[in-house]
Ligand binder design. Sequence first.
Ligand SMILES: [Zn+2]
Length: 283
Amino acid sequence: MAVGIFAAFLIAVGGILHFVGLRIAIEARPELARAMGGVLTQAEQDKIEESYKERLRLIQEKLQATTDEITQIQKLKDRFMEMATPAAVKSQIPTSTSGRGGPLKLVDNKNKAPVDLIDALDESLQDVNEFKRSVAEINALWAKQLTWLNSLPTGTPIKGAYNLSSGYGLRIDPFTQAMARHEGLDFSASVGTPIVASAAGVVSRSGWDSQYGNVVEVNHAEGFKTRYAHASQLVVRVGQTVKRGDVLAKVGNTGRSTGPHLHYEVIKAGAHINPVNMFPKNR
Ligand SMILES: [Zn+2]
C-alpha cells in the first residue's frame, strides 16, 4: 500500500512539474511551447494554407481549361447538327432536357477513410486532369470526324432558290425524245444562281464540254467525284482546293440544255450514284 501511495505521489509531482514547466515555457519561449504541445507556429500554418491555395488554384485553372474544351465540343456538335439537319426540321429539334435519364449513382463516402485535405485536393486535381484529357480526346476525334464528313458530297450543290426539274434514272431525253439514262439531278434555277461545292475537295476540271457546256468537276475523299454542268460562268481553276459551300460557278444554259439549270452528278470510283441518296434524310 505504501508503494502504491508513493507511486501516486510521484505521478502527481510529475504532472505538476510538467504543467508548471509548460507555463514557464509559454511565457519565456512561445515557439518552443507550441512545438512541445503539438501546436503549429504561424509560419507553419501559413505554409499549409499556401499549399491549399496553390492546389485550389491549379484545380480551378484545369477546370477553366476543361470548360473551354467543352464549349468547343458544343460548337462542334452544333456544326454536326447543321450539316446533318435539313433547314425545314431544324425548328423541330427538341431543346428541353427532359427525356434524359440513366441511373443516378451516388458517391459512397462511407467506406472512404478520412483523408488529409491536401491528399483530397491532390486527388481532385488528378480527377480533373483525367477528365480534361478525355474531353480533349473527344474533341480531337469529333474534329477529325467532321473534317471527314465535310469531304463527302452530302451537301446541296446550289445556293439559292431552285426546283428539282429532273430526277436520276431513265427519262425521255428532251432532245431525242427517246428513253435515256439521266445520270444526275437537275436543279432548275435562274441564270447566275451560285453553284457550290457539295463537299470539300480539289477541282479536277473547269472548262468547256460540248455536252455539259461550262462544267466543273471536283475530286473528294473516298473516291468520290462531283460534276456541275451547264454553267453560265466558271469561278474556279483546276487544282484549286475548295471547301464545302464554296462557289464553283454560276447557273446557266450552256451545252446540251433546254433552259437554265444545274445538272449535278455524283460519281464514286467511276460509277454514277443517285445524288438524292447522298443527301441526309428528310432533305
Ligand atoms: Zn441533267
